[in-house]
Design a protein around this ligand. Structure first.
Ligand code: AMP
Ligand code: GLY
Length: 426
């Protein structure tokens, strides 16, 4: 099978890497660190299956366009992608489907939004309605900061049109969890759960990012929790989508909080998580292409099977991320990191110092000539028999990666490893 992966980040590299176990893979536009990258429009690439990685092309209807041309596509149409494209729409759908979620209001005018904040507890959650690359959510206990954010969002100053409608939510607390389900329009099967680290700073401080690391499996999320997520969230959501005439074929990614009152859906994404994909997909034992092709054709068959191992990914980011990442620095150490047992480096925000080499990069990912070109630059994934080993391997890989100002969180999966070791010694 020939598969075309659309996108250019670490998630797409992980997709290509795992699909490459059984298929020919091309990635468009890809990046110079992803073997098989071809900077041609997806419509001009001949493939048996198209897998669309990022949310923006899904929201813009790329899946519809490819399907209209008779192609087999994994990824929802623009109708289903509204789940991520508009938080206000998503919240309405959740309420209609009876899915537990934070209480909320959505606003385009300042005064009613500020009045709504008066009735919130002491944790304020402000979200852009539209896409903001994971950065459009403010969670604060500071009322003045919440007011300022609402003003800056609604005026367009903070996030352009994405913020001209805001969703204000009840503040919740509890461990977070990502459960990604593969859907074929009718049926949904869960992938192994993952947890990501959204804040820039160690100890979960500072602004939200696209994600600074992730791990899988998640000790707090056993099979019972995953089943609850399927029963209370994913399946009712898929049913409501179908009721509204939406044939949803792709990933339904539930961002959840496990609150003392039970699980709550914080958000839906309509694609694989980034960097969750970089820990979930490498653990897949069954064939990824069969799974995605089955879902794309509306006929999911077997449930995916995962190895009984663990994976941890650590994001190496540019100095200044997420506000103003510095770019153009030469990257060193990808080969040395890849040589560490159990380690795979996925390339995200990289460019070739010599643009002419795009598409001509050898599969050994020669990092010579790769420069930083974005906020999240590389994902160093470690795999091992348990979380502690996977984590050690990921950080052993990270020690080889270098460029001026390289930024890494050193606490990825630390608490999970600690909780496992406490449980084992109890
Ligand atoms: P989202 O993009 O909606 O998942 O939000 C990004 C992050 O903001 C989440 O991972 C949570 O850490 C936090 N967050 C979102 N909604 C809430 C909420 N209602 N209460 C507390 N924290 C939240
Ligand atoms: N890691 C969060 C996301 O993919 O949205």
């Amino acid at each position: 099978m020939r598969v075309c992966v659309v996108g250019s980040g670490g998630r797409e590299h992980a997709l290509a890497h795992v699909l490459g176990r059984s298929c020919d893979v091309v990635v468009t536009p890809g990046n110079p660190g992803i073997p098989g990258s071809i900077p041609a429009p997806a419509t001009e690439i001949d493939a048996d299956l198209y897998v669309i990685g990022p949310e923006a092309p899904l929201v813009d209807g790329m899946a519809d366009e490819l399907r209209a041309a008779g192609r087999l596509v994994f990824g929802p149409g623009a109708d289903g992608a509204q789940l991520e494209g508009s938080k206000a729409w998503m919240k309405e759908l959740l309420v209609a489907a009876g899915v537990p979620t934070a209480g909320h209001g959505s606003f385009t005018e300042l005064e009613p939004a500020l009045r709504f904040l008066d009735d919130m507890g002491d944790l304020f959650v402000i979200k852009t309605d539209g896409l903001a690359a994971g950065k459009g959510v403010l969670v604060t206990e500071d009322r003045a900061e919440a007011d300022d954010a609402v003003r800056a969002y609604l005026s367009g100053e903070a996030f352009g049109d994405a913020g001209r409608r805001v969703v204000i939510e009840e503040g919740l607390t509890g461990p977070e969890l990502s459960v990604l389900a593969v859907c074929d329009g009718h049926r949904a099967v869960p992938l192994a759960p993952a947890q990501d680290f959204k804040r820039i700073g160690e100890g979960d401080v500072g602004p939200n990012t696209g994600g600074m690391g992730a791990y899988s499996p998640v000790p707090v999320a056993g099979a019972d929790v995953v089943q609850e997520v399927m029963d209370q969230a994913v399946l009712p959501t898929l049913g409501e989508l179908r009721r509204q005439g939406i044939d949803y074929r792709g990933v339904l990614y539930a961002g959840l909080m496990l609150t003392p009152q039970g699980l709550r859906v914080l958000e839906y994404n309509v694609r694989f998580g980034d960097p969750e994909a970089q820990v979930v997909l490498p653990r897949l034992w069954s064939d990824l292409a069969d799974l995605l092709a089955g879902a794309a054709a509306g006929s999911l068959e077997d449930d995916p099977v995962f190895d009984d191992d663990a994976a941890v990914t650590v994001v190496c980011a540019s100095e200044g991320y997420p506000t103003s990442p510095r770019t153009g620095d030469l990257i060193a150490g990808i080969e040395a990191a890849n040589a560490v047992e159990g380690v795979t480096v996925f390339c995200a925000g990289v460019a070739s110092a010599d643009e002419g080499r795009l598409g001509a990069i050898s599969p050994d990912q020669n990092s010579q000539g790769l420069v930083t070109a974005g906020g999240r630059v590389l994902n160093v994934t470690g795999q091992g028999p348990d979380l502690a080993t996977a984590r050690e391997r990921a950080y052993a890989g990270v020690t080889h990666i270098d460029w001026p100002g390289r930024y890494v969180r050193f606490d990825i999966a630390a608490a999970a490893v600690e909780s496992v070791s406490q449980r084992e010694s109890a």
